[in-house]
Design a protein around this ligand. Structure first.
Ligand SMILES: [Zn+2]
Length: 302
């Protein structure tokens, strides 16, 4: 992680209406909506739906798939294809033995494969570059891949990392330049206005490209922040779970914080995008499927 300061198989998933901004999360395909009646009800709820999603039959297949128990599913890391995992921070079998991915990085890769769909040569800006994801990005577009962090020395990914302070260097980013910008668990480290950072990063994404990110989140809690530089490391750890954190996001007001900035629905559910079997096979246990610290948000630049 950095130091301080530092959407689906078709376009039809993308939100068609953006009331007040150019930002957008790919609209969800409907889960369990298999009849015209259900479709009508959903339309009344103002969600924009493309009917061909249903005609394709793809979603129904997911809905109707027999859900196997976790013990019946052969787990495979979607980043490195590794099949063994080890316990990490009290979470049973959470970390890949090969690439050291955790739940959020595996979810990120699932979204990249299914929604972002990077092409060779894609321009990618990757903050706090996780080794597993970085290896994948390097294999895809070495010349256009830009890993960066406030403290590059902390990483060993086999290539130089650009020093970048998200609180002061955003002006150096070209607008509409990247196919993908990735930052997982970075915003909590920034001693500045995270909403401005999200907006500036989104402006650096090409139309049709994605900003994909995750944040720590207290499930059942509200957003909290303290930018006071006099707060000690111990006090920060007590307030925000880590010595260098400046904030903690909460699921209860997500729609008034990050969700409000980028137009993300707080009714987040990975099953809107992936089958239960696929999630279990990627070693994403059920408790991570709803809004939580492992949630990953792919936000399309409209
Ligand atoms: Zn792995």
């Amino acid at each position: 992680m950095p130091s301080a300061s530092a959407t689906n198989s078709s376009n039809s998933w993308q939100r068609r209406t953006q009331p007040s901004s150019f930002l957008g999360l790919p609209a969800k395909p409907l889960r369990r909506a298999t009849s015209p009646k259900q479709l009508t009800i959903r339309r009344r709820s103002c969600r924009v739906i493309q009917q061909r999603d249903f005609r394709s039959g793809e979603l129904e297949k997911e809905v109707d798939a027999i859900v196997l128990s976790p013990s019946q599913i052969k787990m495979k890391c979607p980043i490195c294809a590794g099949s063994t995992f080890y316990d990490f921070r009290g979470r049973l079998n959470s970390r890949c033995s090969t690439c050291h991915s955790v739940e959020r990085t595996r979810v990120a890769k699932l979204f990249i494969d299914k929604i972002v769909k990077l092409k060779p040569g894609a321009r990618i800006l990757h903050f706090a570059p996780e080794p597993g994801l970085s290896k994948f990005f390097q294999s895809l577009s070495l010349s256009a891949y830009e890993p960066c962090d406030l403290d590059p020395e902390r990483y060993d990914i086999g290539m130089p990392i650009r020093k970048f302070d998200l609180c002061s260097d955003l002006g150096s980013l070209k607008e509409s330049h990247y196919d993908l910008i990735v930052h997982n668990h970075v915003l909590e480290h920034l001693p500045c206005n995270y909403a401005v950072v999200l907006q500036k990063l989104q402006q650096a994404v090409k139309p049709g490209g994605y900003q994909l990110f995750s944040i720590p989140m207290q499930v059942g809690g509200y957003y909290r922040e303290d930018l006071d530089r006099k707060l000690s490391s111990k006090e920060r750890a007590e307030k925000f779970k880590q010595f260098d954190h400046f904030r903690m996001f909460g699921s209860l007001d997500f729609d008034r914080t990050v969700g409000m900035v980028l137009g993300i629905d707080k009714d987040y559910d990975l099953r809107d995008y992936f089958s239960e079997n696929d999630l279990l096979a990627a070693n994403i246990p059920k408790r991570w499927w709803r809004l939580c610290g492992a949630s990953v948000f792919p936000v399309k630049r409209i």
